[in-house]
Design a protein around this ligand. Structure first.
Ligand code: 5RP
Length: 262
């Protein structure tokens, strides 16, 4: 079924589509998770089919693995690829230093492992994800199920002296059960409002037994592709300082971006 994309979907689709221009033949590519990353995977699938692009994809979640296979992208585990040329992924927030909050989709652990194992990371996002200070989006942390309530208490205690606006910590739910990640863990969402020192918070959270990883991506990302609701895209390359503006023209009807679950 084909339908019109909303402005937010258009922004995500534009960012996803522009980002695959940075993928070259023979690359090993980390494939992110979420609705923006899904547009990227579909656009990459189109390049694989039309251009015969020979790439190897390493998905960051079971959901992305399934979509990539459907799109005809060769998929391997990170242990097989070992190191990647590039990872492209979405974000829940990004700031002026290109530090990110990720994990809204619950895939932050594999996303961080894959992005860290890549020469470059490109984040793809709609304009609304850009913030002056990280923290309005609740910060996800992945915790092991064993003793998670104690881990939650330790997290709350650790937040006490920090410069944040809020300190509520909630267990992510899926219906009436705790959400389970692809790694069999739970997610705690930290409602902080504003994070004055994201680097310090990231280090501190990872010291707590039971915390597997946090959703702060500090100094991992090199480039952002920002999509707008009218199809405009802006590419900011932080390694060179270059900024490029353009527009994505979507064919009518847009067969790539059908079946987006809406
Ligand atoms: C999943 C993520 C996503 O990249 C993030 O939640 C953004 O999702 P979307 O593109 O659907 O807005 O970190 O764990």
């Amino acid at each position: 079924m084909t339908r019109e994309l909303s402005p937010v979907e258009t922004a995500k689709a534009a960012a996803g589509r522009r980002s695959v221009d940075f993928i070259e033949d023979g690359m090993r590519v980390g494939l992110g998770t979420g609705s923006t990353a899904a547009f990227m995977v579909r656009a990459l699938g189109e390049r694989v089919r039309k251009e015969g692009l020979n790439i190897t994809g390493v998905p960051t979640s079971s959901q992305t693995a399934e979509l990539a296979r459907q799109e005809g992208i060769r998929v391997v585990a990170l242990d097989e690829a070992k190191w990647l040329d590039l990872t492209i992924d979405g974000a829940d927030e990004f700031d002026g230093d290109l530090n990110l909050i990720k994990g809204g989709g619950g895939a932050l652990l594999q996303e961080k492992i894959v992005a860290t194992a890549s020469d470059r990371m490109i984040v793809i996002a709609d304009l609304a994800k850009e913030v002056a200070c990280l923290g309005a989006f609740p910060l996800p942390i992945e915790v092991v199920p064993f003793g998670w309530k104690t881990t939650k208490l330790l997290v709350e205690e650790a937040l006490d002296p920090l410069d944040v606006l809020g300190r509520e910590v909630t267990l992510r739910m899926s219906g009436d059960r705790a959400f389970i990640t692809d790694n069999g863990n739970h997610i705690l969402d930290l409602h902080l409002g504003r994070i004055a020192d994201a680097r310090q918070l990231g280090h501190m959270l990872n010291q707590i037994p039971g915390v597997v990883e946090n959703g702060l991506f500090i100094d991992i990302c090199d480039m952002v592709v920002i999509g707008h609701g009218d199809g405009r895209v802006e590419v900011r390359d932080y390694s060179t300082g270059d900024v490029e503006k353009g527009r994505i023209d979507f064919p009518e009807p847009d067969n790539i971006f059908t079946d987006i679950g809406g």
